[in-house]
Design a protein around this ligand. Structure first.
Ligand code: G3P
Ligand code: CA
Length: 225
């Protein structure tokens, strides 16, 4: 049962910050989940929304700012928006990194960065899993490098996700936990996929999805898993 910290340990530190990822490591998480967009100068930026409005003291689209400009905005008055490279270097192979592709153009940049860490820094494909609700970006990832583990995100329909996962030879399916029952979890596992539901936070919901024998849980409070 993998304990995966959603946007870092979001229940304890501001989401998608180095502090949240460090907290996830301190809680012995097996993995962290994070979201990515590109800056205007094509750095991979770790942030959930397409704008910086909700999480920082700035306003505007992430991909309208350069990296240097993005670094000038603060989260909770003290933290900076991290780059994916900063997160890789913090994690340093200590846990799985689930990268959710949000922004356009992220797939090819992520594939190149993963290949660099594997060839130059001794990382392994198993250190990563790429997920997205934008399935065209998952297909692009699979076409660029079929060794990269992929998780198909769905909040709508398990059967459609299952068919797509088979098509692109994904490693996992990441469903909204409300879609799950013991039968469909077993069906996905029998087809060879890991089942990694999100975002499961209450003790009651954690117990429920555990009773379905899922392979892992993505949670704001991974310590409760
Ligand atoms: O990876 C699962 C979950 O992160 C998807 O939803 O909105 O938190 O990115 P969201
Ligand atoms: Ca996410």
């Amino acid at each position: 049962m993998l304990k995966i910290a959603h946007r870092g340990a979001k229940a304890y530190e501001p989401e998608n910050t180095l502090q949240a990822f460090q907290k996830a490591l301190n809680l012995n998480s097996d993995g962290i989940e994070l979201d990515v967009h590109l800056s205007s100068d094509e750095h991979i930026i770790v942030i959930h929304d397409e704008t910086i409005d909700r999480t920082t003291n700035g306003k505007g689209l992430v991909n309208d700012f350069t990296l240097v400009e993005l670094k000038s905005f603060l989260i909770d008055g003290k933290y900076q928006i991290p780059t994916l490279i900063e997160v890789f270097d913090l994690v340093d192979k200590k846990c799985l990194i689930n990268i959710e592709l949000k922004g356009l153009g992220t797939a090819s940049k992520i594939v190149a960065l993963i290949e660099k860490y594997i060839s130059e820094k001794n990382w392994k494909y198993e250190d990563f899993i790429i997920s997205s609700f934008e399935w065209n970006m998952l297909e692009e990832t699979a076409n660029l490098n079929s060794n990269i583990p992929i998780g198909v995100l769905t909040e709508e329909d398990i059967n459609t996700a299952l068919a797509f996962a088979e098509k692109i030879k994904a490693k996992a399916i990441h469903p909204d936990f409300n879609l799950l029952n013991i039968e469909n979890v077993q069906q996905m596992q029998e087809k060879g996929f890991l089942v990694l539901p999100w975002t499961v936070n209450t003790e009651e919901d954690i117990q429920k999805v555990k009773s379905y024998n899922v392979n892992g849980i993505i949670s704001d409070n991974p310590d409760k898993i």
